[in-house]
Design a protein around this ligand. Sequence first.
Ligand SMILES: [Zn+2]
Ligand SMILES: [Zn+2]
Length: 148
Amino acid sequence: MMYAIFFIIVGFVAMELSGWFIHKYIMHGPLWNIHKTHHQPNKGFFELNDLFSLLFGSIAVLLIFLGVGELDYRFWMGVGISLYGMLYFVIHDVLVHRRVKMFERPRNRFLLSIFRAHQAHHATNKKDDAVSFGLFVVPRKYFKIKSK
Ligand SMILES: [Zn+2]
Ligand SMILES: [Zn+2]
């Protein structure tokens, strides 16, 4: 049981850390042409940037597939990554970008700070001057602003 929880957390944390790194140095770097579709006004339901979600999703599915026989660390890391993906979708795609019209604007302090930090990320449509690339790890200053 502890084993499972440990590797679920490892998968989850690894996603936030590698996600931050990939977002900052790759998506706002060599793969900007794909990611920029997320920084431009969206015309359809899908954007080219969704390829990244597909990629992370595939990694999770692969890990679960490889580890399901033994229920080993790969399986539980896959579960952690999936959990991250689902939470990311609900917070980033539903709550912040309203791709699905569900839930109101959050009132919870932590959710609100995520909200503000990610809006700050979208304050620019350019490759180079963006801030706050993670999702769950929020700089303290976004907690301090009084909610309107
Ligand atoms: Zn970005
Ligand atoms: Zn966004």
